[in-house]
Write a new protein. Structure first.
Length: 202
C-alpha cells in the first residue's frame, strides 16, 4: 500500500467512502507507481483534529478526485469534502465507481464537472490506464530528472522523455541561461509533465 504524499509539490486529494477502500487503494497504488503525488487519509496520527487536517489537505491540493458511489453519496464526510472543494474552486475529477442515481443536490453540484465512469471500462486495468492519462491530474506528476554531459545531449534526453510518455515526437522549449553548466526545465506541450535537465561539465 502506497504511503500518502506529504510534500510541497502539487498533489491529488482522494475523496472516497471507506466502504470503497479496496477499489480506491488500488487506484492510489497505480497512480503512485506512475509517478503521481497522491494524498489520502492514511496514517493520520491519533489525536489529530480531523476536520482541520482534512481541510488543510484540501486547501493545499492541486486536484481532487472524488470517487462516487452509493456509499460516498451517503457519507457526510465525502459530501462535505466535495462541497468544500467546489467552494475552493479546485480542479475536480469525479470517478463514478458504479451506476447509480445521484440525489438532486449532488446532481446539481457534479453534473458540470469532468467525470470518468469506472463501470463502463472492460476491466480495472483499462480504467486505471485512462485515469493515469487524464489531463486534469498531470500537474501532480513528479518531475523527471536527467543528467547530461553537454547541451548536445539534451536532444537525446528529450527523445527519451518523449518515448517515456508515449509520444513519437515532442515539441519543447528550453529555458536556461546557465549552459553549458546548470539546471533548467524543459516544458513539454504534452500532459504538462516537466522534464528537469541538469547539465554538468564533462
Amino acid at each position: 500500500m502506497a504511503a500518502a504524499y506529504n510534500g510541497t509539490e502539487p498533489y491529488i486529494f482522494m475523496s472516497y467512502s471507506h466502504k470503497d477502500t479496496d477499489v480506491v487503494l488500488n487506484a492510489v497504488d497505480v497512480l503512485t507507481d506512475n509517478g503521481f503525488h497522491v494524498w489520502y487519509d492514511n496514517g493520520i496520527e491519533a489525536g489529530t483534529e480531523w476536520p482541520e487536517y482534512i481541510a488543510e489537505r484540501l486547501i493545499n491540493c492541486q486536484v481532487v478526485i472524488a470517487f462516487m458511489s452509493r456509499n460516498s453519496q451517503d457519507s457526510h464526510n465525502c459530501r462535505r469534502e466535495i462541497h468544500f472543494a467546489i467552494e475552493l474552486k479546485k480542479e475536480l475529477l469525479v470517478v463514478y465507481l458504479e451506476d447509480f442515481e445521484l440525489s438532486p443536490g449532488m446532481r446539481l453540484q457534479l453534473s458540470a464537472l469532468q467525470a470518468m465512469f469506472r463501470y463502463k471500462y472492460k476491466d480495472d486495468s483499462e480504467f486505471l490506464s485512462h485515469l493515469c492519462g487524464a489531463a486534469i491530474i498531470q500537474k501532480c506528476k513528479a518531475e523527471i530528472e536527467v543528467e547530461v554531459e553537454d547541451i548536445e545531449a539534451v536532444h537525446t534526453a528529450v527523445a527519451d522523455f518523449a518515448q517515456y510518455i508515449g509520444q513519437q515526437t515532442l515539441a519543447v522549449s528550453v529555458k536556461t541561461s546557465a549552459a553549458p553548466q546548470g539546471e533548467f526545465v524543459v516544458d513539454s506541450d504534452v500532459n504538462e509533465i516537466p522534464l528537469k535537465i541538469a547539465i554538468k561539465r564533462a
